[in-house]
Design a protein around this ligand. Sequence first.
Ligand code: MOS
Length: 744
Amino acid sequence: MSPAIGRSVDRVDGRAKVTGAGRYSAEIALDTMAYAVLVGAHVPSGRISMINTSNAEQAEGVLAILTHRNIERIAAQPPLLPSLLGQSAPGETFFPMQDDIVQYAGQPVAVVIADTLERAQHAATLIQISYEETPSITTLDQGRNHAYEPERIFGGLIPGRVARGNVEASLAEADVRIGVTYRFAANHHNPIEPSATTAVWDGDQLTLYDSTQGITATQLTVAALLGLSPSKVRVITHFIGGGFGCKAMIWPHVTLAALAARHVGRPVKLALSREQMFSSCGHREEQLQQVVLGANRDGHLAAFRHHKLSPTSPFDDWAEPSLGMSAQLYTCPNYEGIYRLIRTNTMTPTFMRGPGETTGMFALECAMDELAYELGLDPLELRLRNHADVDPATGNPWSSKGLKECYQRGAELFGWQGRNPIPRTLRDGNWLIGTGMATAVYPVALFMPTQRARARLYADGSAVIQAGTQDFGIGMATVMTQVAADGLGVPLNCVRFEYGDTELPNSSAAVGSSGAGMVSAVVHNAVTALRDQVIALALADERSPLYHADPASVVVSDGRMMLRDRPNRGETYGELLLRHHLQDTEALGSWTPPPLNTPYGLATFGAQFAEVAVDADLGLVRVRRLVGVFAPGRVLNPKTARSQLMGGMLWGLGQALLEGTSMDSQRGRWANASLGEYLVAVNADAPDVEVDLIEVHDEIVNPLGVKGCGEIGQVGAAAAIANAVFHAIGRRIHELPIRIEHLL
Ligand code: MOS
């Protein structure tokens, strides 16, 4: 029996997804179900001076209209992020409709509930609302003079300032200095499935079918807001059409669906429209990042200053942690990272794929390219000269690294060697050709609480593994089936992985590239406990061929326990269980991640290479090739890993050239809140993408050494593309996305 781990197994949920058999949260059909439609505020700041719902109330099929005047008050607002994720995780500390105050455009001000979706949508148009508008600030430029330095950001998880050494003095002494400010447009996630919640009350017991990356976080957040015991709230989510971070936190519409259902005494479905997605579940904030690098003539970094300025909401100090890995990627004795924030009338920004690092590493890796040109060094050579053999923030060793191997393999695959560094020298007809590279890095997060899972083995040799996690398209169910099959020693098709229900043992939310590592650890522990338990039964059973054998000498293959050296001495799980009148047996497993102060640098590394063609007359950029080489630790399934990494790299292409949400600062609303006007990379934009994997062995992060590949594919991809654009045209563009007008 060859191991299942490491095999390119097809997705176990793939068929259900592509045939329409999988039911998503907005497709849950229940008897007597009603439909809720959110009405959002049209102004970014002020108060509701008049709200008239009488026409809407009289419209056909309308069951109720909730506004701040008649909705239940929430019991308590949980904090944004507690000390550890996996607990409650509201997207913002503002719950709407508790009074007449408007803090951002799109903020829910009414919920219409009717017997059909169309009737609810129609009635929503009949509500009349007037506002007393107050002056608002909705963009970074408008608020620049009101910036402040927060003590902590990111729900209190990260300090607002990190420093070592003396940046000022070492910059003054450096042979070469580079100072650049990079501007980033706001981004929105746009998963293919917009968020949806179906809420059902049975007495005081609430069930939510919700499109969420964290069922337990949803359970705990809604319970806190409604003043319920978590035991009264069950969250189920079997199929999710992507999330990318916008379903990692729990946004107000989820609780509003529960309140609506309680109000009308029927199940209620609340599905956000695509347009509502732009003002209902967070975004990646607009930002400016200033990078100042000081280096010696030989290219060794002496000083690095990284400052970020970004808008947050009126009520939360949120910035994505763009200065996270910037302090750790290169050996540099003097470092200073500072976040500054501006209160604006927008909702609280949130995680978006590669949170922090995709923008922070864009700034650093583009500045490193500028420094390489300034020094006359090959950009890859400059990175090698500053390679951090230990974690420069702490001096601790890395748990594993593999970055040099990624550079080397990537350079080979791409053909980097012998590159003519002089910009604007390569042509293909009217197209200017350029190449660029960048480092990819993403932290290995250990911030989850103890994980639990249950494994059950049946006498017919089949097994069910249960863990209260969810799969939002990442391949979780597939790889956990593989982990369980190997741990138990049974064929892959004998294992079923059950997930997506808070009734199951509590395990990880799928966030921060941590899902595969966290859940594989606990699934591994659960099946190992079960296997050891069954073997112990055999060793104690005088009728078993394994009676009194040394447990360390027993192996299991194809569901049959046997001695490693004498394989004919053994019996199947089923023979043993049935002899003991057991139709099945089960074990619980748990796993606690290493503590946050583990004395190792914890990160995943990679290298990105890009080739672009630019038509400078028309301002067109075409990415012709992307090569990414990554070292994500143990690869459970090369096929799903590659898909994740390739998806990340293509998202990097979108970040570089397409994605940007524009704020209409006159009206305080996102101006391009649709997939027609917010551009994401599609197949026609996709170049030849090559993904390769470097094996690194990691004994620190978790039992199987899985470092994760959910986000790192995106980190560095946009920087490699922007550096290639410079190489093609000979001019630096310091703004994302790079648009036609920047190139003309
Ligand atoms: Mo991820 S942006 O933590 O879903």
